[in-house]
Design a protein around this ligand. Structure first.
Ligand code: CDV
Length: 346
């Protein structure tokens, strides 16, 4: 039985410091409607989709900082986001969306949730683990800052894969296990990453070990940020942006391949706040590592594909059959050590 899903990345063009929340939400609703016209059952929105990518700015007051965060635990009820979920309900589409989360206790996280329209509830939440950049701004006043370590705590929910209920008819359910000769017959298994996380194979592998078939990743990636990335090989802004898109696709394709899963990535793209360039490159990749759909530009755009999750089986059962081929006894360093310790000098 084919296990097909129609999926979309909703790439957003720039959202500015002075963009009105209602206007941004209206754009997202338009994208959702366009995706539904394609027949999408699931639409992924970018990291911190509702506002400009504020961690590039040194924000001086708590009052201003608060305007970039969602304070309501329940996005389905919050006036900032309710219209998007209402539209998803109307269109019968699942959505995954990234936003800055402020908990009741006051902790900030860079968060992403998965909303299941069949359940009419948020069925999974992920908080970004790999926070890039610095706590303090760079000394260079022209640098593009990345102050996520200042505004967010490290995600505390781990990499927990989840099944998406009732999105594919006829799949194997609990209680039918007698029929289960192999994995890959149930409701689709998904995982979420946020932006910089996609560059770290450890998170992908945690999902791979839970049989994830689709990894969702929203992002805001600067096109030109030499202070952040280093300047060993000086580049023009265009060369730097081309390289950033290359690295984005490289990690989406290679990690999809090495974990035998599809991936969907959605950018916030274009020139934000008048001068900060974000790459496009939203794409859908296959378990064999191919890009099967990608954005053409850097504006609001739907990237759509119909995928068959059974395509994950080839890698999962052959080259990357983890149970047969992984050698955990040799991987101790990966969890014992964070930084590099070189062998002794000769
Ligand atoms: N939002 C991000 O996590 N951005 C980072 C950069 C540019 C440091 C990224 O990995 O794309």
């Amino acid at each position: 039985m084919a296990r097909t899903l129609k999926v979309a990345a909703a790439q957003l063009g720039p959202v500015h410091l002075n963009s009105k929340r209602e206007e941004t939400l209206a754009r997202m609703i338009t994208l959702l409607q366009q995706a539904a016209e394609f027949g999408a059952q699931l639409v992924l929105f970018p990291e911190c989709a509702l506002t400009t990518f504020f961690p590039r700015h040194l924000i001086k007051t708590q009052e201003e900082l608060d305007t970039y965060f969602e304070h309501n635990d329940d996005l389905l009820d919050s006036p900032n986001t309710k219209p998007l979920f209402d539209e998803a309900k109307k269109l019968d589409v699942d959505i995954s969306i990234g936003f800055a989360e402020r908990t009741k206790e006051g902790t900030g996280y860079n968060t992403s949730i998965y909303y299941s329209v069949k359940k009419n509830e948020v069925i999974a939440k992920y908080r970004k683990v790999h926070l890039p950049g610095t706590k303090e701004p760079f000394e260079n006043p022209d640098a593009v800052n990345q102050l996520e370590k200042r505004y967010f705590e490290i995600g505390n929910l781990g990499f927990k894969a989840f099944r998406v209920p009732d999105i594919i008819p006829g799949v194997l359910k609990k209680g039918d296990e007698s029929k289960a000769e192999r994995n890959g017959l149930g409701d689709p298994i998904m995982g979420m990453l946020i932006c910089n996380d996609r560059r770290w194979p450890e998170g992908w592998r945690c999902y791979g070990l839970q049989g994830a078939e689709v990894v969702l990743c929203g992002y805001n990636t600067a096109g030109f940020a030499p202070d952040l990335w280093g300047t060993q090989k000086p580049m023009t802004p265009q060369q730097a942006e081309d390289d950033a898109v290359f690295h984005h696709k490289l990690v989406m394709q290679s990690n999809s391949y090495m974990n035998s899963c599809f991936s969907i990535s959605a950018a916030k793209a274009g020139l934000e706040d008048g001068k900060y360039d974000l790459i496009g490159g939203s794409c859908i990749t296959s378990p064999e590592g191919h890009v099967i759909a990608e954005a053409k530009g850097k504006d609001d755009e739907i990237v759509f594909a119909e995928i068959d999750l059974n395509e994950c089986r080839q890698g999962m059962e052959k080259t990357f059959d983890f149970a047969r081929h992984r050698r955990t006894e040799a991987y101790g360093l990966i969890v014992e050590r964070a930084g590099v310790v070189e062998p002794e000098l000769l």
